[in-house]
Design a protein around this ligand. Structure first.
Ligand SMILES: Cc1cc2nc3c(=O)[nH]c(=O)nc-3n(C[C@H](O)[C@H](O)[C@H](O)COP(=O)(O)OP(=O)(O)OC[C@H]3O[C@@H](n4cnc5c(N)ncnc54)[C@H](O)[C@@H]3O)c2cc1C
Length: 466
């Protein structure tokens, strides 16, 4: 009885505070008609954009670079429109955690419509098809109905369309392997892992079937490949024996890399990660090159075949078709070349800008990371706002990578020529989690992610298939 009344008390208290919060939002919007209260910031709205005198800024993409422009641009100076086939921002550093259910998919994405556009039609759920730089016109194709095509006029255009995974022309990759770049990829991987376990425990599965189904091959030893392996390791250690009993002993993971894993990290940290992974009983690090991916196996250049139930392909980047089609100067990797003000070379002055994985500053190559894309986006917004006149300069804050078993790597350099910080193990794992928690874009995600972590810790990963 006492529990019942406690429950009723808590329920009504929460409802009361929720009501207060909603009322506060309404009062705020009445007191300040041009602004409404959002969970993370005030935004300007209801300013007429027709004949407003404001310049029309079109941003392509909702990734690290473009989203950073959108968040920092002064909407009093620009009529901002976004064109992107992805209607959310994705916090990629935590994407691997969603493949086995350490985190839920919605905990690391932010709907782009929460950015409060001046008009609801200022977000276009479409892809950019081509740019006519003489007429300042962008051709778009709707994501919902491909037959719907339309043109948009711009005064300034920001291209931040990112890149796709590079298959290096290896046969069978597109047909049989999974990539790990978007939420839909993580969903597919999670679903394939669960399906393979369910198939393996069904009565007609032979020992051979089970060994194949429960063998995961990761191709590419960069941070994404290693972090995905780390998540699989945690799943294996913490949940598989509870969910699938004896199958735990059959699971195997092979990480194939032609050179060294985590090549961008300091040698000391790289060696630590290599030793740690090599010591794991059911894990194998294989220095080899893949020549073909088949439905149920991977073929190496030396002719060896590795039967497996899932191949995750993570071997670098290649340009999107949209970037390939653009008739602007590009480098060997087909990235758009910009000057130090991020303006695309050979385009009208200060009109077309490019940033993130699809672009490179002339003679100043930077890594294709979220860090670079986000900084460029922030710098570009300030430049367009008239708050910045110096060219873009990048100061690397360093790298973090999770290697599994509550262990991570930190390879950082303090600003202004400060000391190098090289950490590994548990302390680094605490830093890894804290760093990404603070980098999450809003308070909703900053609440959701630790709740997911706690749920996983106390109750295990959710293996529901839907
Ligand atoms: C699993 C994973 C983990 C990662 N971890 C880290 C990390 O820990 N630290 C780090 O610094 N980096 C990390 N990265 C790299 C980082 O995510 C990328 O470098 C970064 O996303 C690049 O940002 P971007 O804005 O160029 O492109 P993206 O973030 O890829 O965004 C591109 C956007 O363009 C849109 N788009 C595509 N085609 C069109 C079109 N035709 N028209 C309009 N819009 C289009 C896409 O839908 C998307 O919204 C990770 C990447 C992955 C995949």
């Amino acid at each position: 009885m006492q529990t019942y009344w406690t429950y009723v008390f808590v329920y009504y208290s929460v409802s009361y505070f929720k009501l207060q919060f909603i009322m506060l939002r309404q009062v705020m919007s009445l007191m300040w008609p041009s602004a409404i209260w959002s969970t993370n910031h005030f935004i300007i709205r209801n300013l007429s954009s027709n004949n407003s005198g404001r310049k029309k800024l079109i941003i392509l993409g909702t990734g690290w670079g473009s989203y950073s422009v959108l968040k920092n641009i002064d909407k009093k100076q620009y009529d901002v429109a976004v064109v992107s086939p992805r209607n959310h921002f994705l916090f990629t550093p935590l994407l691997c955690s969603t493949t086995v259910g350490t985190l839920e998919f919605r905990s690391i994405i932010e709907p782009v419509r929460n950015s409060h556009f001046r008009h609801s039609k200022d977000y276009h759920f479409s892809s950019a098809v081509s740019v006519d730089s003489r007429r300042n016109v962008l051709l778009c194709k709707s994501e919902v109905d491909e037959s719907v095509r339309y043109e948009l006029h711009y005064d300034k255009l920001v291209i931040g369309v990112g890149a796709v995974s590079n298959t290096f022309g290896v046969p069978g990759v597109l047909e049989h392997a999974c990539f790990l770049k978007e939420i839909k990829d993580a969903r597919e991987i999670r679903s394939r892992i669960i399906n393979n376990f369910e198939l393996a425990v069904q009565p007609k599965s032979t020992q051979e079937d089970q060994e194949r189904l429960l063998h995961i091959v990761i191709v590419g030893g960069g941070p994404t490949g290693v972090e995905f392996g780390a998540e699989v390791y945690d799943f294996l250690k913490q949940d598989v024996s509870f969910l699938y009993g004896d199958m735990q002993k059959i699971v195997r993971v092979t990480l194939i890399e032609a050179n060294h894993i985590l090549a961008s990290f300091d040698k000391l940290l790289r060696d630590y990660a290599e030793n740690k992974i090599a010591k794991r009983e059911q894990f194998e690090l294989l220095q080899a090159t893949v020549s073909e991916v088949k439905k149920d196996r991977v073929v190496l250049t030396d002719g060896k075949e590795i039967p497996c139930g899932l191949v995750v392909w993570s071997t670098g980047l290649s340009p999107r078709n949209f970037t390939r089609r653009l008739q602007f100067p590009k480098n060997k990797q087909h990235q758009l070349i910009t000057n130090e003000y991020l303006s695309v070379l050979d385009t009208p002055d200060d009109t077309i800008f490019a940033l993130g994985d699809c672009a490179e500053i002339k003679d100043k190559p930077l890594p294709s990371t979220a860090q670079v894309a986000e900084r460029k986006g922030r710098w570009l917004a300030k430049y367009l706002n008239g708050e910045e006149t110096e060219p873009f300069k990048f100061q690397n804050m360093g790298m973090l990578a999770y290697v599994g078993g509550y262990s991570a790597l930190t390879d950082m350099k303090l600003p202004h020529g400060g000391a190098d910080i090289k950490l590994k193990g548990f302390h680094s794992w605490i830093l890894w989690r804290s760093a990404y928690l603070t980098r999450l874009g809003n308070w909703k995600l900053r609440m959701q992610v630790p709740v997911d972590w706690m749920k996983t810790f106390f109750f295990g990963r959710d293996s529901s298939q839907f």
